[in-house]
Structures are given as structure tokens and as C-alpha cells.
Design a protein around this ligand. Structure first.
Ligand code: C2E
Ligand code: CA
Ligand code: CA
Length: 455
């Protein structure tokens, strides 16, 4: 404790009433804010930090009840990469440039405040008449940043909230602008988005799913369904794929499309996957115990496991606990996983292969990296994406598919077609040498107990 603080602490313990303590506290706060003015402004750009920004905006809102106000929030896409490619100095220069643009608006427009929220996130608050004024401001800033002579393209996006309310709360409009900004992520066609009420409802729905999902895992409402895979030349079941289903107590069966991406965003997918993997290992053990020969049941490995340091340990632990050979639980990795952090995932995969696991490349043909991956990586299985099958009704689609199957037959890799729905697709595949398939034409995903009766 330094002397000053000790003095104050001593002093406050002598104060008799709470009122006196409060007065003392206010005095200290005031003194601190006078002494440390810099804490209210960003050191790099000199713009108000959020706390100060809020105070300034609230003052304006209070004294102008007849005005409409908007907030524009900006974020640079992958600012870290900008710093890495161009150097910190240039990164700082870009931030200064944004601050200059905002300051220019503060000078030109009445009732306007600029702020520097953190790192590469800026805010502008202003009174407006027409929404287009706000998007014009964003476009103007974007143009200025684009005009900088830089060797790396700096992309900046904007979330805008144009409040129609009289005397809105600054935190609320800022929050809405922030939601709009988040909504832009992953939408490459847009760099400026206005807040809409649906964004809040979507966000709340996602939050609800997120909070319920954790309980669902604990209460075993998450279950694996199995979709059998067949050899079309003999109609025998040669394996299966475990696909997650959420048996919700009030909403019934929920398909993975509704919760997998939310689980990925929140990191919960790791637990979902572990849970499904364990159920599959457990099931394979039961099959062996009943004296039957198991067929491989593959599991999905989310691309989020690229950043999961425990994956290999967890899988080898399941192999040990259930005493089930890893070849009975092939790992399906979607093509796009390899584009996120390629080297890392490849090392993990090679390690898992050396431990006896087989790796299947899921959704082959749905992304950009398919052919590259084939060239440089050892895969055990390629799963042809159902999108390619739906193209079989046109001539080009058929040419591409038959050439691809021909090419794959020269590589030492197992091939299976996914999403086979019609006898025509089946005939085409078989006549082009692809006999393994998974699809509604044969079986839909089913509960474990049903699958168990089939094999
Ligand atoms: P996926 O891995 O590509 O799984 C195949 C999807 O195609 C499944 O959808 C399956 O029901 C569907 N399908 C199979 N045959 C046909 C067909 O003939 N026609 C059509 N139209 N569809 C067919 P599902 O079960 O809804 O799963 C969707 C996606 O969710 C999966 O795509 C996978 O990416 C993800 N997913 C499912 N379970 C898990 C899991 O346990 N972990 C992870 N990380 N992802 C999972
Ligand atoms: Ca899959
Ligand atoms: Ca697939």
C-alpha cells in the first residue's frame, strides 16, 4: 500500500457516517480525474475513450430533445494482419487517419462527438435528419482509407444505428451499432450495415440456444443419430456416420444446422463433439461385447478443433477406456478446416493417423482447396459433397463428376458419395466406379437403437 492510499484508508476509517465517506469518495474521484485527464482520452489518437464519449453524448442528447441521433461504429478487418504486414508504425498511421476523418466531421457537423473505443474500433455520434447522411459518412471514411498508398488492402467496416427515438440512451444506440457491426463479419459483400430489430432477436435467440446447449449436453439431450453407409453393388451396410441431434424437451428434435454454428462461435462445439465421440466409442464397445463385428462409424470433427490442444489426448483416451480400435471411429474433417490454420491441423491429422485413426475429407468439392489438399496430403477417404451430385442433371456436372471419380481412382484413397437421393444418381456413380454411398435413397439418419437392429 503506498502512503497516500494508506492515509486515505486511515482517514476513511475515522469518518463516522456513510455520507461523510461518500463525500470523501467523490472528492477523491474528482481529484483523480483532474490529475489524470489523459485517462479520458486515447493516448494514440487523442479521441475520447468510451466513458468520456458517453458523457459528452449524453450531455448533447439531454439538451436537444427534438433531434434524432445516430452512431457509426467502425472496425478494421484483421487489424492484426495489417500490423504484421505493414508494421506497427503504418498500423498507427491508419488509426491516426481514421481519427482525422472523424475529427473533420466533429468540426463540420453540429452536435457530433468522435470516440476511440479500443484498438481499431472507433465511434462517431451525430445528429441527423436523413439516414443517408450516416451511410455517406461511412462511405467517405472508407474512401479515404482506400486512398492511402499501402501495399496491403485495409478493409474497414461500419455498423450504424439511426435512432428514431427522442432522447435515446447513448449506451443503447452504441450497442445497436455494435450489433450491426458484428452482423457484417463474414458478409463479404457489405461493409456498412444499419441496425435492425431482427438483429437483436437473432442475437437473443442465439444466446438462448447457447445457454440451453450447455444444459442439454449435461442432461444428455444431445444424441448421436447414425446414417448407414452402403456398398451399392451388394446393398450391404459398410459403415455409418454419427450426426448430432438435439432432443429438446419442449421444441422436439432440433437439427444440427440450427445449433452447430452457434456452438462453434461459443466454443461449445468442442464439448458437443467429445460427447458424440464418446457415445460412438461406447456403442462400438457394446457391439464387440455382444460378439458381433462392428462397422466403422465416423464422427465429425469441427474445424474449431484446429485450436483445441486436447483433441488427440481425448481420442486416445477413448480408445483406451473402451478398448476399441481407432479404425472403427474414422474422423471426418470438413475441407474448410484445412484452410484456417493448415499447418497446425495437418500436423494433428498426421499424428492421429500414426496412432491408427483414419481421416476422411468431408464435403469434398464444396470449397476451393479440394485439389490442393489431394496433392499434398495423405487422406484415407474422400467424401464427395452432395452439392456435386445435384449437378448430375446437367452435362457439365456429369463430365466433372466422371473425370473426378476417374482421377480419384488413381490415388490410393477410399471414395464415398454423400447425399444420394435418386436411382439415376446411383446408376451414374456405380457405372463410374464409385460404389460406396450414403444418402436418403438408402437410409436416413436414425437413432442408435435402430441402427443396431440393422447391422
Ligand atoms: P455433414 O457432415 O456433411 O453431414 C451430412 C448431412 O447430409 C447430414 O445432415 C445428413 O442428414 C445429410 N444427408 C445425408 N443424406 C442426404 C441426402 O440424400 N439428401 C440430403 N439432402 N441430405 C442428406 P445433418 O445431420 O443435418 O448435419 C448437417 C451438418 O451438421 C453435417 O454435415 C455436419 O457438418 C454438422 N454436424 C452434424 N453432427 C455433427 C457433430 O457431431 N459434430 C460436428 N462438428 N458437426 C456435426
Ligand atoms: Ca460429415
Ligand atoms: Ca458432408
Amino acid at each position: 500500500m503506498n502512503n497516500k492510499i494508506r492515509e486515505n484508508a486511515l482517514y476513511s476509517s475515522y469518518l463516522s457516517s456513510d455520507d461523510e465517506k461518500k463525500r470523501m469518495y467523490d472528492y477523491e474521484i474528482n481529484k483523480a480525474s483532474r490529475v489524470d485527464e489523459s485517462a479520458n482520452y486515447n493516448l494514440l489518437t487523442g479521441l475520447p475513450v468510451l466513458r468520456m464519449f458517453n458523457i459528452l453524448c449524453t450531455d448533447i442528447i439531454r439538451s436537444n430533445p427534438d433531434k434524432k441521433f445516430g452512431v457509426i461504429m467502425s472496425d478494421i478487418t484483421q487489424f492484426k494482419a495489417v500490423n504484421e504486414f505493414l508494421g506497427r508504425q503504418t498500423g498507427d498511421m491508419v488509426l491516426h487517419k481514421i481519427a482525422d476523418c472523424l475529427n473533420a466531421h466533429v468540426q463540420q457537423r453540429p452536435l457530433t462527438v468522435a470516440g476511440h473505443a479500443r484498438a481499431d474500433i472507433f465511434v462517431l455520434f451525430t445528429a441527423y435528419e436523413d439516414r443517408s447522411e450516416l451511410s455517406d459518412i461511412a462511405t467517405g471514411i472508407k474512401n479515404e482509407i482506400n486512398a492511402l498508398p499501402l501495399a496491403y488492402h485495409v478493409n474497414i467496416s461500419f455498423g450504424i444505428c439511426a435512432s428514431e427515438e427522442s432522447q435515446p440512451s447513448i449506451s443503447y444506440i452504441r450497442d445497436c451499432a455494435n450489433l450491426a457491426l458484428h452482423e457484417i463479419k463474414g458478409k463479404h459483400y457489405a461493409d456498412c450495415l444499419f441496425f435492425e430489430d431482427s438483429m437483436r432477436t437473432d442475437m437473443l435467440k442465439e444466446k438462448l440456444i447457447e445457454s440451453e446447449l450447455l444444459i442439454a449436453i449435461e442432461n444428455e439431450q444431445i444424441v448421436p443419430y447414425i446414417q448407414p453407409q452402403v456398398d451399392m453393388s451388394t446393398n450391404r451396410i459398410i459403415g455409418g456416420e454419427a450426426l448430432t441431434r438435439w432432443i429438446h424437451p419442449s421444441q422436439g428434435l432440433i437439427a444440427p444446422d440450427e445449433f452447430i454454428s452457434i456452438a462453434e462461435d461459443s466454443g461449445l462445439i468442442i464439448s458437443v463433439d467429445y460427447f458424440i465421440w464418446q457415445k460412438v466409442f461406447e456403442y462400438q464397445r457394446k457391439v464387440i461385447d455382444s460378439g458381433r463385428q462392428p462397422v466403422p462409424i465416423s464422427v465429425n470433427v469441427s474445424r474449431m478443433h484446429v485450436y483445441d490442444p486436447d483433441m488427440t489426448r481425448v481420442l486416445t483416451q477413448f480408445v483406451k477406456t473402451y478398448d476399441v480400435a481407432p479404425e472403427y471411429v474414422p474422423l471426418e474433417l470438413t475441407e474448410s478446416a484445412f484452410t484456417s490454420d493448415e499447418n497446425k491441423i495437418i500436423l494433428t491429422m498426421e499424428n492421429l493417423r500414426s496412432l491408427g485413426f483414419t481421416i476422411s475429407m468431408d464435403d469434398f468439392g464444396s470449397g476451393y482447396s479440394s485439389l490442393n489438399m489431394l496433392k499434398s496430403r495423405d487422406m484415407d477417404e474422400i467424401k464427395i459433397d452432395k452439392g456435386m451430385l445435384s449437378d448430375l442433371d446437367n452435362k457439365k456436372g456429369r463430365i466433372i463428376m466422371s473425370s473426378m471419380l476417374d482421377m480419384l481412382s488413381h490415388l490410393d484413397v477410399n471414395v464415398i458419395a454423400e447425399g444420394v437421393e435418386t436411382p439415376q444418381q446411383q446408376d451414374f456413380l456405380v457405372s463410374n466406379g464409385c460404389t460406396n454411398a450414403q444418402g436418403f435413397l438408402f437410409y436416413k439418419p436414425m437413432p442408435l437403437a435402430e441402427f443396431d437392429k440393422l447391422i
